[in-house]
Design a protein around this ligand. Structure first.
Ligand code: PNS
Length: 160
């Protein structure tokens, strides 16, 4: 059985993330989405909230599991028995950071590879940060995230 992990912050999950998860779920027997609990950051949603939102958004995918993790992504992959880390690549601007991370991870864990899925064109511009910024000013985020996620974002921000 081939298992891949997809680590990230998912604050909140966007349609771009969901596109990567759906495509990954067709390539691997199992995809475990790792939601990073990073005490140094103050995300909009708690790790429990992000896990629950992702569970609901991926409920139709029966080979996808959502778990919280802290620490290194390669350690998380090891614990899950995964040899592959999935990451989405939107544009050339992502490349330098992603390459550095993939190469660091490969030095830390030579038995684990990073596989990049290029984001579908319709989501190439999309990020959790821009979703939060648009929502902060009461803008329409319905094209960026599933409907129930947009409700959660507005509720959290107290906008709309
Ligand atoms: O969604 P993000 O914020 O782009 O995801 C970044 C993430 C979680 C993949 C990255 O920050 C990460 O792997 N953090 C865990 C710590 C780690 O493994 N660092 C080493 C890679 S340089």
């Amino acid at each position: 059985m081939t298992t891949a992990v997809y680590p990230g912050s998912f604050d909140p999950v966007t349609n771009g993330h969901l596109d990567v998860i759906e495509r990954g779920s067709k390539l691997f027997d199992k995809v475990i989405v790792g939601v990073l609990h990073n005490s140094a950051k103050s995300p909009l949603f708690s790790v429990e909230e992000r896990v629950n939102i992702l569970k609901e958004a991926t409920a139709h995918l029966n080979n996808v599991e959502i778990v919280a993790f802290s620490g290194l992504s390669v350690e998380f992959a090891r614990k899950c028995g995964a040899k592959v880390i999935i990451r989405g690549l939107r544009a050339i601007t992502d490349f330098e950071y992603e390459l550095q991370m993939a190469q660091t991870n490969r030095v830390l864990a030579p038995d684990i590879d990073t596989m990049f899925l290029t984001t579908s064109l319709e989501f190439a511009y999309l990020s959790s940060t821009t979703v939060k910024e648009v929502a902060t000013f009461g803008g329409d985020i319905s094209k960026f995230v599933p409907e129930f996620v947009s409700r959660e974002v507005y509720k959290k921000l107290g906008s709309q």
